[in-house]
Design a protein around this ligand. Sequence first.
Ligand SMILES: [Mn+2]
Length: 601
Amino acid sequence: MRLLKLTLARIVIGAAIALVLINYVTRWRVLNNDKTEKSGTLEKGHDKEQTVEKLYDMLMSFEEKQNQMQKMLEEMQKNREEKKSAGNHNSLLFPESPLFKTWGRNLSHDEQREAQNGYNKYGYNVYLSDRLPINRPLPDTRDPRCAKKVYPEQLPTLSVVLIYLNEALSILKRAIHSIIHRTPAHLLKEIILVDDHSTNDDLRESLDFYIAATQKQHPQLKILRVRHDRQMGLAQARVSGWTAASADVVAILDAHVEVNVKWAEPLLAQIKADRTVIVSPVFDRVNYYDLEVVQYSPAAHAFDWALWCMYESFSPEWYKHNDASRPGKSPSVMGILVADRAFLGEIGSLDAGMEVYGGENVELGIRVWTCGGSIEVVPCSKIAHIERAHKPYMPDLSNAMKRNALRVADIWMDEYKYHVNIAWNLPLKNHGIDIGETSERKKLREKLKCKPFKWYVENVYPKLDSWTSVVGYGGLKNLDSQLCLDQGAVPGHVPIAYVCHYYSPQYASYWQSGKIYIGGIKSHKQNDNRCLVDLGTGNVPGLYPCKEASTGNMGIYWDFKQGGELRNRKTERCLEIHHHTLVLQNCSGQQWEIKYVIKPF
Ligand SMILES: [Mn+2]
């Protein structure tokens, strides 16, 4: 206890000294700048410059010591808490908060409040981040074969762009520190910090000071700042970072990352061998609640027809090699990307017409592949990335996402573009959503002589299922009762009649074959949809995976005309609503209507 108090006292005194020093340095700099400009007393300036350098060095070594002391303090705190927790457990103030699912049992009420506030603000555990060392070690999660690989000595130089909006200072510092210390100095030309109009205070003077001190320690490294005076959105922020870059290769990263050992070499080697390949590292997940690193296996980056991104397996050939250190082709990138700077420019960098967040990564994927390049995920390059509980861009990202998806569809998807409308349950025409000016990007597509989207689907992303035999979608309404067909309880096999709201439980589609899917359509061939069936026994309809339904010889085909009855081909019974309940019975002429018709049926 006494030792703890002593250490605490030391830190307080140390911090006070540091504050005085910082104050002194800042004031002196301001004064000195004025003076030198006015009187030009260079020699005096030089002396003072040296004094300042010493002060900086003192501060930096102080920071190191502080880190060590912090660690000691934490150890002791932990021991103390472990002893305490045996008998005396603090009650949780926020038992519902995901932050405290497994973490923070031993915090006092005041500490819990502070941690919860920080979590609400950032979507991750900033309380803990502020208390972890900036230079914390990361587990080496690579395939063992990676450590044995040898990369060329001569590799392209690298600009690392970090994009952020209201990121916590300690998170940003940890990202910068990891990049500087885990990238060979002769390859790392510059770090470019792009602030997409943050409003939190600690990204002002405190960050300026940290950058100045870091710059002092690494004079050969350029650290550039790009600050937007209004929020540009992710795509434009990334474009501005790319524009500011000057090295051979540009890596555009989120700022809530820590790069892992030898992250850069495997990426640079791929690009050196082929400048038209755009690469992505593999991200390990950093839990937003305890900041622990969880190992992720390499996988391709893909998307569904709503253009939400998701992981997907590599091609079957990749698995045949049985070597998890091999780069694998990928239909798209999740967002983080590393590319030959000039090549990225030649194909139109990123679509600056994309707003806020989402879809810009899919657009890049389609464009790179169809316009002469390719995308690879490189397993030997690992980045730890915080998966935030919520993002600071907007409370609900789906509106931006929907708008951006429609824009991508309009520019790139040719005869497939209405798939995006189906996925978002929007009408084919007159959806009333402004997708911005698209003529420039369409011109670019022509100029680059990009291949059609059909080529992309068939050759790059054959797992993406096409919905060309859907004839109607949106929702099925019973005109007699004005109720809608709804998937009912999940898991479960009994659809229900419910007040129409046309959200995903009521997404229904009618197919050329006569099948009816309820609860949305799966975007990937390997995933099964759920088919409306007449089991032939009882009078209750069923909802079963279509494969199971057809092998089980259930009645999965329906005769249906817009505004007409819904009659099962096998049993000849009709789906009707009786006392607010779905029943299969002899047809009495009840009428159904599907929300949107693609082609007459
Ligand atoms: Mn991120």
